[in-house]
Design a protein around this ligand. Sequence first.
Ligand code: ZN
Ligand code: ZN
Length: 378
Amino acid sequence: MEQYIKEIINPGDENGNEMVIKFQLPSGLEIFGLPTRNFYGGHWDLGPTWNYAVMADKPFLVDSGRFGQGKNLIRMMESAGVSAEDLGFVLISHSHEDHDGGLAELVESTRLKVKAHAIYDLLIRRYPENAPPGHKQAFPAKCWHCPMPESFWSKNCLEYHRVLHNLVIDKINDGENPLGPHIRTFHLPGHSPDCLAVLLGEEAILVGDIVLPDISPWPTREAMFAEVAEIIKPGYTDPEALFGLQRYIKSLKKLAEIAVQHPDILILPAHRFYYNNRWNGIQLADRINELIRHHIERCAAILEILGSRPKTAEEIAQEHFDAKLLEGFGSMMAANEAISHCELLIACGDVTAIDGNKYAATGKTDFKVYIESLRPDY
Ligand SMILES: [Zn+2]
Ligand SMILES: [Zn+2]
């Protein structure tokens, strides 16, 4: 991928934080990579969020960094000679805070229009009458599933929640949609219900967090659907259409079809593009196969852990993950991973849920055939 690097405007640090870089595609299309700092460090570190300014006929920005990074992102663009007035809109790849956290600040100081998937427009609002009881009444619907303790959200999230609620969103629909001449979006849910990938002609694709180098994007849980079902109906009534590991794998397979049609395409991921002083170029078809294999292996590991005794997601996570990964908030992320895989194992009949919060092996091992037979459905 290094043949696409036209100019390094700011080298940033060893993990790419604050780098400003100009890519140029064979057609001459220029794209600026603008990785902004995240604060999730430690053993689950994603590295910075790679935001991109795509200098198409109508230039646009993809993503806005985490909360507090909006103005910094504008400064980074300006150092590359791109002013906010040059941009037609900012597109949000999905509703995670490391991608839309800087959005309100960006919109306030530039008046940029915002485009995102239609689900995003619904989930960034507050619905006190539908919210879980207690402190989540004032959370946007997309944060109702968040397991973080008060010590975390009271410090990091309240202002973010408040500013999100008021944003005006130009909505992008399901499936494949034109965004400009030769530019198309694809709705590829699973990591988040509103994930979008953006295909730039035959040359490049912005994949957000759907495919990452180095790390496997975590899937949502199908159970998250029930929390927001009232908000997103009547448009969406099937949990598996938006949430869970099965949906994520179907989205990967849709991307694999795009990879077949465009084998030499440049992949622009939202994390770890540059990390530990090196570039992580992605070969899309190979990386998708690796990710699917990773989930097959994890299902096998979970079945082995379950053995002959039912276990909770926390017990599975404790046995499967390194102690380091279970420190602090890591234990919740690990349990989330275990539940996503158990949901798929239940769907294929290899696991049953018992006693409300435990999983038991049924003795069947159909998961591999099941995962391999999943097909993208548009
Ligand atoms: Zn994400
Ligand atoms: Zn992310």
